[in-house]
Design a protein. Sequence first.
Lengths: 527, 335
Amino acid sequence: MSWITTLDHKRIGVLYIVTALVFFVAGGILALLMRSQLATPNESLITKNAYNELFTIHGTTMIFLFIVPFWAGLANFLVPLMIGARDMAFPRLNAASYWFFLFGGLVLFLSFFAAGGAAKAGWYSYPPLSEEFYSPGTGQDLWILALHLVGISSLLGAINFICTIANMRARGMSWMRIPLFVWTILIYSVLLVATLPVLAVGLTLLLLDRQVGTHFFLPDEGGNAVLYQHFFWFFGHPEVYVIILPGMGVISEVIPVFSRKPIFGYKAIAFSTVAIGFYSMLVWAHHMFSVGLPTFLNIFFMLSSMVIAVPTGIKIFNWLATTWRGNLIFDTAMLWALGFIAVFTIGGLSGVFLAAFPVDWQVTDTYYVVAHMHYVMFGGSVFAAFAALYYWWPKIFGKVLNERLGKLHFWLVFAGFNLTFFPQHLLGLMGMPRRIFTYDRHGLFEAYNLVSTIGSGIMAIGILLFFWNVVQTTRTGRRAANDPWLGDTLEWYTTSPPPPHNFDKLPYISSARPLRDLRRRLAEARV
Amino acid sequence: MPPPVRRKTLVLFLMLGAALAFASAAYADNGGFAPVPPASPNASGIRDAYLWISIFTAGVFIVVEASLIWFIFKYRRRGRDRTHEGPQVHGATRLELIWTAIPVLILAAIAAFVFYKLPGIQDVPKAQAQGGPLNIRIDAHQFYWQFSYPDGQVSINELHAPANRVVKVDIHSDDVAHSWWVPALGGKFDAIPGQTNDTWFQAERLGTYRGQCGEFCGVFHAAMHAKVIAESQRDYEAFLRSAEDPQVLGRQEWVGVCAECHGLDGTGGYGPNIQSNATLVSPESLRTLLENGLNRTAPLSSYMPPVGRGWTNAQLVALMAYVKDHVYKAGSSGG
């Protein structure tokens, strides 16, 4: 009961994380069903509308109900601790944002039972396909309702993070001393505040079209179908960075601690985060290169999209430089972080092809894009999420996850991930469009699809091991010390798990690594 | 930490898997490592741009992954204490500048090459010996492609064109968004209701080129295939003559448009059995149905797309004649 009425940022964070992981499993099951259907050609396991529901709800779930709220949960737990605050700026608003999220998610999943089934127009639901005539039934309306609820949740959360980070930093915690994860959460929040209202406008107009009989997106009656795409992607592309930036923040925390070095180029990483945030709002129409925009706009969006590669590259080079001459400790969290660099690089490089619009004309809306976005979203964000779970689990739950199972989990997912998604690049180049429920017999098509399905099974086993690890650790795991990894940041100063008021007192903060400073002062005092 | 032997086995296993994947890829004509072999100048331009970008991305890939693996190997713990720290280096401005500038230069080289190739990809080549490009209109529908030729002939799902002739296509949609895409003949261009996009191709070899709708368009998106048949001028002219036969047109319309959902003999499939439905032989109601579609909420939410929107009278007449002769069975139950 106390969990329902709680206003404690740590408990709300745990609620968020647990709920997001439940949705991760649900969305993952949908993905496994899709891969089963695509394992062999002309398969008839799940076809037509049912398949279309699967990929629509899979995409919506993973983006809106798993990874964004997962970061909200992690940030809820960590941001006040990292900046030395007692709680978030607005605890009640914080609780409200969690409950909006939960109910939005329930609406989405219950929509499978609606008349006509769940939404099946894809996660970006372009009109006219998503209009009343072409998508009859209430599934599409419930999809809009769910996104509105989740959107309100993210908006409230984002405002809360901005206020907390701006106003509640401890004495000595200047802007150039806040952990890099906090920097990424700040930009995550700014992007959500700037772009969610635009999504809300697009969804509301679509809802009006469907329910009230307006025709904003119906060309036959004077509307414009492409307008929705602009609304959607003006939100949708910054959303991609909402998804990846906190992951980059996690990596920037984990790599220095397990390299036993400070982060290389703190300022470069912090400012590149800001730069990515800024440019991410100028690139949306690279999702629309085949729509028939004027050439000068295609050129503009090609160049702006390429520019984003520069700050992203800066981060990767700085992480590599951080490991240089370090004392690399390969605990599970570090494996996920290094795995992140290995696979996210591939996702970033395939993005350069997609930014060049004539090349995009060839590969857009194919499995190449599916592969690209899973390399950045799964290989990027989800790898980072697992790094975060292994790294902060002791702080959040007071017990250390089993390292042996953790490493097995990593290797299975790393192998399964590459087997699943690498062949999809090749499928796309060979001409396989995304969102098709079946394909014909054709040598390599069959081989790559089968490999991809086998890979997804290996990944699923790896992820099952994670949950087995959680059960084992909760039952018999070893208790965590305050600072099991010799961390740099303030959350490791307090107990594991922290008391409701977070800190009895705070150490003196004179750099971005107050805990290391403290350890050194204690060591000097001993001598 | 697991013993080293097991890690070696794992690495071996992974490398074997990767080698197998690449070998099987190399075995095919291009293995999917580049867009399909082009058969039209615009598709060649795209492939050139793709290969050019590959050079740089491969370089960056190798530099990043090799240094990652090298650092992992070289700076591993090797029994050192967890408290042992590496040198406390906080950054280096010169290095930051270098790895900001190099990507900028690479991107500039990529952009320059793309702009150099762009006119050859995007612009329809100027008039030729045969009297300028051949103009063909594409109408994308749920769930078929309709091609209209300059003299009014129509074909469904199969576009015929003379080889080596520049063909300019104007792409329309009459319902939802689709995307015209035949990989060997160039990139995708969306068919969006309310606007016209155009692109072109020039099939360099005789043959059949396959394509498929590239923008998710609903339940039969996966079945929305298109074929481009590049043939000799003589065969093309013969095709145009045959396309004027209403029997041929009517059959194409039934098979390509109606049978997708209602089955070849009209006894139903995804859509209902319409074999003895009186609408089939009532010109006015059939015309209304094909132009407006049908939206139903009971007993199940379902709809029929307006498959005949934009059809000429000749097209409707051809379909009705075909249906009357070959599909409709009066009096039997169903419908």
